[in-house]
Ligand binder design. Sequence first.
Ligand code: ADP
Ligand code: ZN
Length: 823
Amino acid sequence: MSTFVQIAVNVPSLAGVFDYSLPESLAGRVREGQLVVVPFGKQTVQGVILRFIDQPSIPQTKEINELVDPEPVLTSVQIAFAESLAKSTLSPLAAILALFLPSGLSRQADILFAIRESGFDPRSTTPDLTSLASRLVKLLRERGPLRSRQIDRAIAHLEWRRTAQALVKRGVLTSQSVLPPAGVRSKFIRTAQLAVSPETAEALMPEIGSTQATRTRRQKALRFLIEHPDAINVSWVYAESGCNLTDLQDLGERELLTLRETEIWRDPLEKIKDWESEKRDLVLTNEQQNAWQKLESGFDEMAAGKPFLLHGVTGSGKTELYLRAAQEAIRRGRQAIILVPEISLTPQTVRRFLARFPGQVGLIHSKLSEGERYDTWRRARSGLLKIIIGPRSALFTPLPNPGLIVLDECHDASYYNSEPPFYNAVSAAQTYAQICGGVCILGSATPSIVQRHQAEVGESIHLELTQRLSSDPLTESAEGLDLPPVHIVDLREELKAGNRGIFSRELSEALGNTLKRGEQAILFLNRRGTATYVFCRDCGYVVKCPRCDAPLTYHFSTGEKLLCHRCGYERQMPKKCPECGNTNIRAYGLGSEKVEAETQTLFPKARTLRWDWETTRQKDAHEIILSHFVSGRADVLVGTQMLAKGLDLPRVTLVGIVLADVGLNLPDPFAAERVFQVLTQVAGRAGRSSRGGLVVLQTFTPEHYAIQAAALHDVNGFYKEELTQRKRLGYPPYSQLVRLEYRHYDPAKAEKEARALAVKLQGRLKADGRNLTTLIGPAPCFFNKLDGRFRWQIVLRGANLEPLVGGRLAPDWRVETEPVSLL
Ligand code: ADP
Ligand code: ZN
């Protein structure tokens, strides 16, 4: 074995691979994929051993300091996958490698610092300590050994690391690399529930605190609990009343309420034991059997290695095939990765895997503590777990020999990592499956344009399931029911009739009837609906850029200007509609708050619940809001994108799509597809029971193909038309896009950087004779400010774009090689 290794060091700004030598002391213990600590310049950093090499590329190599863990953290197949992913996403290798490590491990050299226990007093022997050094020593003496992260928190904003290293050199401190805790802790939420009758609570209210302010807070909390007799998450009580845990504990001591800890993630196995056995040996239907034959042959070594697109409506038996495929992988001594959009929203799928493969399934979900995550990761690495289920990040779990990767609901937006390192888990999974010689199944009722096209041109194998199966007690009620009818309401007609409200006459009537019958309604608003564009309320004309034909957006902060976010074109807000000449031209934006308020005005008795970005920032809010709605504690759910996820809400008989076309007019080639996907999914939420259902879709552009197709549930029609459009405009799948974004607090700086890079890229395009590659921009992004920073972008369009950009950009550029939006 050679004594040199290539190591990817974890220095975010540097992204480098360097050669090191092995010290005598580690002889025989070093393996590929291990996490190590190495000297780097004056620092000590973590790195991953990529491979052994015969000859280092530099004459003088440094030695590895130590191993963080005796077991490799990445398999050699994972190393190949990581390198390939870094290349295709143009991301630093270190950033990609970090995806593979459990969160505690991936941190840069997590080191435990402590005062050296040699009985020597740093104060007396080191009178020359800097003030920062004294502070460190004092901190460690007071609090005992601390991890870097803890010191970061205690000494905010100061570069203490170098000082700490100096103190280690001088023998004042010790330092040692550490692993995250391995202990598995369960996760609990705290709930509160009234413990006395409402009358008793009311009667005692005057005495529950010494100051007026305290009493008011606590009274509010009690009143809230009176209104909500079930045990309720204390966060809700805090939010409603402004009280805190001390208040609730005090009320608990007065025996007015009960505080409890409730485990959130109970063992899902418990509930399902009864139907586990009966479902084991289903006879596949003919359609399933046909699909299965092809899937099964995919496991053979001679297989072509193409991914499968399993295209089938909900309830057509896709999951059953995933289960078989997993069984087959296990039979062959391999493991499976099952990716789902979000575990808390796909409990049925998860349960079926747990039932079919008891004791062999590891779940990765957002509620795992760091310890639990690490534990699952280790059990997977050791081969104890045969199946890993989780969101996109589960793709990076270290399985010894993965033979199957499934992406359920493969069209879902959550498969895209929209922060650096940007990656698309659907493409990444295909790459990984190819590298490890495994089967990759993409399953969906509504595959994306690109996914369908991939199947059409033979890059993936199309398997279709067209029939709904009836044996599932949970979907039985929906069986045989057609998708709900969709009524399109032309909002221009409403305006002509003098109705300027948010709700058309048809929608408010339908809402009224639904409430009268005691049924539930969903009012859906596209999240992007908060963006403001300008259109004529009489004729529907949308003000567009003369150069890009993209809708201009309204910017109030810059003095009523309209701006093109592709090319930077600017104009004044028009006084009259350029099309019909009327003055009814307005900026239009609409939020879910407004919809909720309007609902309450029209139907004061309706109990409304809002489910959007704002109300779900709080932890567990999703589950709470959902369970509230499902259990009938609200009549109307007003919400954004989350509503589109595959939820089963049997009591919902009306879906109101408040404004279908807002997202449609965004200057983004993916806008139509996004709107179509979300509309079809939201429309599918109505009428899931025998009571039937209705969808009212309000729009200003009823003639748009995305709206028409969504109203008819016409997936194929939309696909054809959208492909035609993409081809005409030269967008994916007919081209590749690379999006380059620059953010800065100073708008001038952001603009300057973007312009400079654009000039450079133009030059390179010329020099390389790339006539077919276009550069779009530079221009401010559509959402031109984020977290106080101004965003500018450049979009490259063509083919084989990686070499143009790869390794040539300053690290503060955000690079996306497979963007899902150009906003
Ligand atoms: P999907 O994943 O496409 O939504 P599922 O795999 O969940 O579909 O199948 C829907 C229902 O039909 C489930 O209850 C499942 O157990 C049942 N099912 C699937 N395949 C068969 C089969 N071959 N025979 C009988 N029932 C089946
Ligand atoms: Zn323009």
